[in-house]
Design a binder for this molecule. Structure first.
Ligand code: NAP
Length: 268
């Protein structure tokens, strides 16, 4: 792929998207747009073209990522509407619906994605959904780009709020688990660096067992558990903490919040 790409909003997520494309050797021109010179200067060092004008950058691009906060998306769409005919416009903004994008952009190919902070390490899970005029070939292009940031799947738009809750916000909850395991390590006397590294690598290794070796979580649990051993002792304590219902309630509430934010910001 060598289409030119504009990334509008070079904040945490926008610059992580750009860096993932660069790390994967993306051949087309990438232009970053932001208000803040410092953010653009950092990207210039990677050989990225920078610009302060959304309209100019969009005019020159085939694919446009919109990576501003949800409340700023409407303003950006109005600025670029006259220069996006036939182009792929990919909104990264949480909660912003395809119908809102359609209402504000007349003739583009519209896509909504939900990555997570894993993009910073090219280990995101990114869900995407497309407007009906996006072709199969364009979907393949989108997925090629998203796979430079980690793993991706096309989903129906009705699942986007749930995925915002499970994977979009997920690094926040997984950090609590890693932190808790680290503190547990400290409690039983591990050096701080060993406690943190062993906790984080254990989470990564478990994810790889599921994703690469296709092991079921329940089987992994059984594989680590011997009668009367250490794992069952810990599992007995963890199950009493009601961690499962807590996680289910948390995701239910975050899913509801996603649609409430959409209503509040009037981006339905
Ligand atoms: N962070 C995550 O974990 C995550 C996960 C999934 C999806 N997302 C979505 O990604 C989007 C960006 O999030 P973020 O965390 O990267 O936010 P961020 O760090 O605040 O980045 C947004 C950037 O866009 C700039 N900006 C604002 N309005 C602009 C405009 N009209 N034209 C050009 N640039 C403009 C902002 O500049 P100023 O700071 O000067 O306003 C800021 O540098 C959000 O919609 C969010 O829902 C984020």
């Amino acid at each position: 792929m060598n289409e030119s790409i504009a990334v509008i909003g070079a904040g945490m997520m926008g610059s992580a998207i750009i860096k993932s494309l660069v790390i994967n050797g993306y051949k087309g021109q990438i232009t970053a747009v932001d208000f803040q010179t410092q953010k653009l200067d950092d990207l210039k060092e990677l050989g990225i073209k920078t610009c302060f004008d959304n309209c100019v950058a969009t005019k020159e691009a085939d694919i446009i990522f919109i990576v501003v906060k949800p409340g700023d998306v409407g303003k950006v769409l109005k600025e670029i509407n006259s220069v996006v005919k036939g182009k792929l416009v990919i909104s990264v903004a949480a909660t912003v619906s395809l119908s809102f994008l359609r209402k504000n952009i007349s003739e583009a190919k519209l896509v909504r994605i939900m990555p997570n902070l894993g993009v910073m390490a090219q280990a995101s899970y990114t869900a995407f959904c497309c407007d009906s005029n996006v072709t199969v070939a364009e979907k393949q292009k989108i997925q090629t780009l998203l796979n430079m940031m980690g793993l991706s799947d096309e989903v129906e738009e009705k699942h986007m709020d749930a995925l915002t809750a499970v994977s979009g916000s997920g690094p926040g909850y997984m950090s609590i688990i890693v932190e808790a395991l680290t503190y547990a390590g400290l409690k039983v006397g591990l050096p701080r660096n060993i406690a943190l590294k062993s906790a984080a690598q254990t989470m990564l290794g478990t994810a790889k067992l599921v994703l690469d070796l296709k092991e079921e979580p329940a089987k992994i649990k059984d594989m680590t558990t011997t009668p009367g051993g250490t794992t069952i002792e810990a599992i007995y304590q963890i199950e009493q903490s009601q961690i499962r219902p807590a996680m289910i309630r948390a995701i239910e509430e975050a899913t509801k919040k996603s649609s409430q934010i959409r209503e509040r910001l009037n981006i339905t």
